[in-house]
Ligand binder design. Structure first.
Ligand SMILES: Nc1ncnc2c1ncn2[C@@H]1O[C@H](COP(=O)(O)OP(=O)(O)OP(=O)(O)O)[C@@H](O)[C@H]1O
Length: 645
């Protein structure tokens, strides 16, 4: 576990630094003596990646639309960081520099500070919408701090790329209470004006942000605050630990540092292993002993959540990485904003679109970004349940209403969704009889459980989805017109992937989100990206993300994945013919529901299916199949061995 405030490393004089640089890049020995270890490690990683030293690195900026999507995704973080950005802004401006907030991949979200320097920084692409990950921009404070997971300063010629030598930057990553990277703060200025305290200031600001991330985040949990010096209690330097059933589930870095622990202690340590005695009563401040000495400790129990959190766990599993958020094109993003506003005004939303186009993902975003986010998201797939069961799932039943009914009865999803969002997926498959009952609930806003009982008032926002054209079902008489008009007051039709304008950028974004920010994250070659962008993707996002997962799982660290790694049906068919425009290529619904065989399901089965397919196409020739998949032969041998071959 790195110390919260690592000591500053002395800056080598410019001549010494330039000599060390020449030595390093010519392969001569002796460069190490003049350079800090993180800088050497980073230069080595960049050189191994083949990044150019002299020229400009290829950091493609996001478009304005893509940037606003990314900013929206990190809106909560941006809000949390605003006071620190303001405070650092004063210091940065005085030194003629700027303050930067990035997402956890190193993509610049915001910059504030000296307009003069901002212009110069923009000349080396240090501006919003550009990735400063080490893989994209070489050694720099942002990318290197994210890899080293600690505060770092990179000054002048310590930058890997020569044009970046005009900068001096200090950056520190922001960790959430589970140890996940959630963003980064950076102070950058001209290299000619050294800012002696830049790293300490950034570290202090990050400590404040991390401390605030605990506020109200652990309803009903035991939060222990402690420090050896009681005057630190209540400040960002205090240790904060969260316990659930006496087991440690979350922490801040000062707490781990005071106890000499790492993030792996989350989920593994109990209160009694860290402090002598019991937890005590909330509000108590008392002296306690830790294996590292005496501390003053205060227990606080955060107020329970105002509502039931059944559908959204209050505490994320400690080790689970934050899932990458969905990627929307600008139009879909706008439709999402409108859907949220309308939902707030009590208007039901209907989502139409081919299979895998992201209808459920969209519905979940309506919930997650709206004011009902802390209430239930109750989802029911009307196509997956037999008629009798949908009814009881939705309406609930009284104690002993029918054979097999639970003794205590069941509230039903209408009532479960009370206060939250009810998502009726595949509503086009709802039987006609049930449609009239649903209509009545929507009109009267009350539910009567099966088996009698009193009608109960309900308040939920309704989002429905279907891959079937509901208007057509109405014309055919299999969907009630009155129900259609009630649920389709605002209809969003999600586009099929093949009709999106900038598919290459989308493929790249999805890949980066999956591969993560590490310097050894595999890359997609331009040819591979192009082939993926040209494919028609009948299974839409589901199919594309499935293929990307396979490519990623089969790629070696740091590898650039080429088109030869693609499944044969994608590389062959689509390199020859461009994607058809949406208007002419829309598949019949029955066909559109079947993604390419072998490319759906969990990652393991998709990977195995890709290996089986390659072996079959290469008549069992392991070397050829391995070449085609872009993997090592041993991977295929292991695969065959696991199948008993
Ligand atoms: N906007 C998106 N960004 C990234 N991935 C997405 C997006 N939309 C969908 N996906 C991926 O595709 C998968 C399928 O999405 P989803 O279940 O929302 O599709 P759907 O339209 O509801 O499909 P179906 O009609 O078959 O139920 C998701 O699990 C997710 O992995």
């Amino acid at each position: 576990m790195p110390a919260p405030f690592p000591p500053l490393s002395p800056v080598p004089p410019p001549d010494e630094l330039l000599t060390a640089r020449r030595r390093f890049f010519s392969g001569a020995p002796g460069a190490e003596q003049a350079l800090a270890l993180p800088i050497i490690r980073s230069w080595t990683r960049c050189a191994e990646r083949g990044l150019p030293v002299g020229g400009r690195l290829k950091a493609e900026p996001l478009t304005q639309g893509e940037l606003s999507i990314r900013r929206e995704r990190y809106e909560a973080l941006r809000r949390r960081c605003r006071p620190e950005l303001e405070a650092l802004h004063l210091s940065a401006s005085a030194a003629g520099g700027i303050v930067i907030l990035t997402d956890p991949t190193g993509l610049v979200l915001d910059t504030v500070g000296s307009a003069d320097f901002a212009d110069r920084a923009a000349q080396v692409a240090l501006r919003p919408g550009v990735s400063w990950s080490e893989a994209d921009s070489g050694t720099n404070a942002i990318g290197t701090a994210l890899i080293e997971r600690r505060g770092i300063e990179v000054r002048g010629a310590e930058h890997y790329a020569e044009p970046h030598g005009i900068l001096t930057c200090a950056a520190a990553p922001i960790h959430d209470p589970f140890g996940e990277l959630v963003g980064l703060l950076d102070l950058s200025g001209p290299s000619a004006v050294p800012h002696l305290h830049a790293l300490a200031l950034v570290e202090l600001a990050v400590g404040q942000v991390e401390h605030r991330l605990f506020e109200g985040a652990f309803p009903g949990r035991d939060v222990v605050r402690f420090h050896a010096d009681p005057s630190f209690l209540g400040t960002a330097r205090e240790g904060v630990l969260v316990f659930e059933d006496h087991r440690l589930v979350a922490a801040n870095r000062p707490a781990l540092s005071l106890l000499g622990l790492g993030w792996d202690a989350l989920g593994a340590r109990r209160f009694s292993e860290l402090f002598e005695g019991s937890l005590g009563r909330p509000g108590d401040a008392r002296r306690a002993r830790t294996p590292n000495g005496a501390v003053m400790l205060r227990l606080e129990r955060q107020a329970p959540a105002p509502v039931r959190m059944a559908a959204v766990p209050a505490v994320a599993p400690p080790a689970a990485p934050a899932p990458a958020g969905p990627s929307f094109d600008a139009e879909t993003e706008q439709a999402l904003g409108r859907a949220i506003r309308l939902m707030n005004a009590g208007v039901p939303v209907l989502i139409q679109g081919e299979t895998g186009s992201g209808k459920e993902v969209f519905a979940r975003q309506i919930h997650a970004r709206g004011p009902r986010a802390d209430r239930t998201f109750a989802a029911v797939n009307c196509a997956a349940l037999p008629e009798g069961l949908i009814e009881s799932e939705l309406f609930g039943y009284e104690d002993g209403a029918f054979t097999g009914a639970r003794r205590a009865g069941f509230k039903g999803l209408f009532r479960e969704a009370d206060g939250g969002v009810l998502f009726l997926d595949e509503i086009g498959d709802m039987p006609l009889g049930l449609q009239s009952r649903l209509l009545r609930v929507l009109q009267e806003r009350e539910v009567t459980p099966l088996g009698g009982g009193k009608a109960v008032k309900v308040d939920f926002a309704l989002v429905c989805a279907s891959h079937r054209d509901l208007k057509m079902l109405v014309e055919q008489g299999s969907f009630r017109a009155d129900l259609y008009f009630r649920i389709a007051q605002y209809t969003v039709t999600l586009p099929p992937l093949r009709s999106l304008a900038d598919r290459e950028a989308l493929v790249e974004r999805l890949w980066r989100d999956m591969a993560g920010p590490g310097a050894d994250a595999p890359l997609l070659s331009p040819a591979c990206r192009e082939a993926l962008a040209r494919h028609t993707w009948p299974g839409n996002f589901r199919q594309l993300t499935g293929v990307l997962k396979v490519l990623l799982a089969l790629a070696e660290p740091g590898e650039t994945v080429g088109p030869e790694a693609l499944p044969a049906d994608i590389s062959a068919a689509d390199l020859r013919s461009p994607a058809q425009p949406a208007a002419t290529s829309s598949l019949p619904a029955s066909q559109a529901r079947d993604p390419a065989p072998g490319l759906s399901g969990d990652l393991g089965s998709v990977t195995r299916a890709a290996m089986d397919a390659a072996l079959k196409e290469c008549d069992g020739n392991i070397s050829r199949a391995a070449r085609r998949l872009g993997i090592h032969r041993s991977t295929l041998h292991r695969h065959l061995a696991s199948r008993g071959h």
